[in-house]
Design a protein around this ligand. Structure first.
Ligand code: GTP
Ligand code: MG
Length: 171
């Protein structure tokens, strides 16, 4: 059997958006969610889909660690950008971080697909994926293939659609 293709994925987004919870769920879909703690620095995780072996770097989203994200742009084949769709107050902070990411030379230099999760869709005041994409200005993002999926990382709802899209982009 042919060896599966490997892909390096960088998972970024503000603190508390749900990155680690999403990665845990993708790794072990049937496990009940363990309590997560804020990530310090970053964690490296591996999981396998039907077509790919994913190595995911799960970054911390805390302000003091966000400058670490850029160290990994050069090596990455794809980016997962997680948004807390219920955190309206910080939506523009997320946009600012995204704009900085898109402005980085190592990101500009290649065709990196970006998967957005509008996470925490289960919360009552959450914005829809379309609303999140409007605030983030994704309609103006023409240089990169991108996709946004609403997700609930606690149940896993919406996660697979996004990962399927990302896998297709990386084939
Ligand atoms: P940092 O590591 O600090 O950058 O945060 P993170 O983005 O990794 O967030 P984390 O996965 O630690 O989740 C933060 C909190 O949000 C935890 O209490 C999770 O249980 C909760 N959470 C994550 N995803 C969801 C979701 O889809 N819905 C709800 N209601 N809560 C979620
Ligand atoms: Mg984390």
């Amino acid at each position: 059997k042919a060896k599966k293709k490997e892909a390096n994925i960088l998972c970024v987004g503000l603190d508390n958006s749900g990155k680690t919870t999403i990665i845990n769920k993708l790794k072990a879909p049937d496990a009940t969610q363990q309590d997560v703690v804020p990530t310090v620095g970053f964690n490296v995780e591996k999981f396998v889909t039907s077509s790919l072996v994913f190595t995911v770097i799960d970054m911390s989203g805390q302000g003091r660690y966000r400058n670490l994200w850029a160290h990994y742009y050069k090596e990455t084949h794809g980016i997962i950008f997680v948004i807390d769709s219920a955190d309206k107050i910080r939506m523009l902070v997320a946009k600012d971080e995204l704009d900085q990411l898109l402005d980085n030379q190592n990101v500009k230099a290649k065709r990196i697909p970006i998967l957005f999760y509008a996470n925490k869709m289960d919360l009552r005041d959450s914005l829809s994926a379309v609303q999140c994409s409007q605030i983030l200005g994704l309609d103006n993002l023409k240089e990169k293939p991108w996709n946004i999926s609403a997700s609930n990382a606690m149940t896993g709802e919406g996660l697979n659609e996004g990962i399927q899209w990302l896998s297709d982009q990386l084939q």
